[in-house]
Design a protein around this ligand. Structure first.
Ligand code: CUA
Length: 167
């Protein structure tokens, strides 16, 4: 086989660019690993209850101060656990007053899930071993859909609930 000089130059350049690209991709995907975008606060995914915030009695909405709330959530295939009400029934809906500052703290017990309150700035990836947290001011009243936007298995599309911000 015979190559012209320019063919050789371009072939070398093409292969070189491909190799460089794969090295960068490999470095980013495998060497750096994956981390939640927020700060890396770790937790044992097998035992999230050991953490104060994720004890069953501390799940869901808690008022901490005037206009300040914390929402602790344990995600798992395929629902969000907000704890239970006074009658022992699972809470599957939360109501927040408009203008409140809310700290969302979310963990997962199994696979990667998403935590997205559509129409707001709340959008987090929830990864086993990490606490995903985000503080937001809920300034818009209405009923919002909280949904999982990371494919997590056969029931992924069923993983949603509602968050109401009332006047
Ligand atoms: Cu959880 Cu998709």
């Amino acid at each position: 086989m015979h190559f012209h000089k320019f063919e050789k130059i371009w072939l070398t350049f093409g292969i070189g660019a491909l190799v460089l690209f794969l090295v960068i991709l490999g470095y980013g995907a495998f060497y750096l690993g994956t981390h939640p975008q927020s700060h890396g606060v770790t937790i044992d995914p097998q035992n999230v209850e050991a953490h104060e915030a994720f004890k069953p009695e501390n799940l869901g909405l808690t008022k901490v101060d005037e206009d300040r709330y914390i929402v602790n959530v344990v995600a798992s295939a395929f629902h969000y656990d907000f704890g239970v009400d006074a009658d022992g029934n699972a809470i599957n809906h939360i109501e927040i007053p408009k203008g409140a500052t809310v700290l969302f703290q979310v963990v997962t017990k199994d696979v990667i899930h998403g935590f997205n309150i559509a129409g707001t700035n709340v959008n987090m990836m929830v990864e086993p071993g990490y606490i995903s947290s985000m503080e937001v001011e809920m300034n818009q009243a209405g009923e919002f859909t909280l949904l999982c936007n990371e494919y997590c298995g056969i029931g992924h599309h069923m993983m949603y609930t509602t968050v109401e911000v009332y006047q």
